[in-house]
Design a protein around this ligand. Structure first.
Ligand code: COD
Length: 301
């Protein structure tokens, strides 16, 4: 099964059986609908963690059948995060999902030293989109967790995204290190990091993928743009993964595809003991279902 389109995540997630999902504060309609649909499709068994009355009330309002889901009652967001994270770290659940709780609050619970999901690796966010005209899924990392990664953190962020693409069946993903230009400019630190990461890949320090940069967004994803600029690169025009210099451009590139081009997106935190499905309150039901599918596709039972 190849990963040629974002919707292939549905089939990829159904390999290897049902995964157990712990959802933190799933109070909004799209999240509950996505969980119910993932359950109906046999992708996940859901544990809904939070205010049980509020979850049941919302489900009744939406006419959703939650009879196959179990509940872990929690009195507030903090307790819900702790109970859900603990369910995953203790092996009772295979993946975590963010509902109506602040991103930073959930990530702090995930990073908790006693009961969190630290693995020893850097945790990072990966968003996968499929813009019109590109014809393949494109990963964007990290627009959701690491605020201003240094070179070592960027290496770890690439490793997480590459491992995820391997799990999805992409044997040697092409990683473009994005900047504003295609040459090293000492006044633009992202270009120096991109060149260093490229050299690290060529010397075998970063493996399992092809890395090149600095590349601007147009010539990273668009073969005609790369050709027009005369860029000789194994990645230009064919990138599967875009490494962004910091959280702001990463967040904006992902949200541009979602909110200006009106496309869906699958988002997940990688590098922890288990995947963390990360969606925003305003993401569509389809984005939430794709995100659950991505998490389930890479979760280990
Ligand atoms: N991977 C592994 N360990 C980490 C990571 C990481 N990415 N980040 C921090 N840690 C560890 C540190 O080593 C340390 O032991 C502990 O966690 C606390 O580190 P701090 O003090 O640097 O981090 P916090 O707790 O202040 O913040 C961590 C957050 C992830 C909450 C913070 O980086 C953050 O707010 N990121 C942005 C999240 C966000 O708002 N996203 C919105 C986009 S939708």
């Amino acid at each position: 099964m190849s990963f040629s389109h974002l919707t292939d995540l549905y089939a990829l997630s159904s390999r290897g059986g049902v995964r157990r999902l712990a959802a933190v504060c799933p109070y909004e309609a799209d999240a509950l609908e996505a969980i119910a649909e993932a359950h109906r499709r046999g992708l996940v068994d859901a544990r809904l963690v939070g205010d049980e009355g509020r979850i049941r009330g919302k489900a009744a309002e939406l006419g959703l059948d939650l009879s196959g889901c179990s509940f872990i009652p929690a009195s507030d967001d903090y307790q819900a995060a702790q109970l859900a994270v603990t369910a995953v770290s203790s092996g009772e659940a295979d993946l975590l999902m963010k509902g109506m709780i602040k991103t930073a609050s959930l990530l702090k619970a995930v990073l908790n030293k006693e009961w969190g999901l630290r693995s020893g690796a850097l945790l990072s966010h990966l968003a996968i989109v499929e813009p019109d005209g590109i014809g393949r899924p494109i990963g964007i990392t990290d627009g959701g967790m690491n605020i201003a990664p240094d070179l070592a953190a960027k290496e770890a962020i690439i490793a997480n995204a590459v491992e995820c693409f391997h799990q999805l069946g992409v044997a040697c993903p092409k990683v473009a290190c994005l900047a504003a230009v295609e040459v090293v400019n000492p006044d633009m630190p992202a270009t120096g990091d991109a060149a260093a990461l490229t050299a690290m890949n060529r010397r075998g320090q970063i493996s399992g993928c092809l890395v090149d940069g600095p590349l601007a967004l147009d010539n990273a994803v668009d073969a005609a743009a790369a050709k027009t600029k005369g860029i000789d690169s194994p990645v230009a025009g064919q990138a599967d993964i875009l490494l962004v210099p910091s959280i702001e451009p990463g967040n904006m590139v992902g949200k541009t595809v979602m909110f200006l081009a009106r496309k869906s997106c699958a988002g997940v935190i990688l590098g922890a003991k288990a995947p963390v499905v990360m969606t925003s309150r305003f993401d569509s039901m389809e984005s939430k279902l794709l995100s659950i599918s991505l998490g389930a596709a890479i979760a280990r039972r």
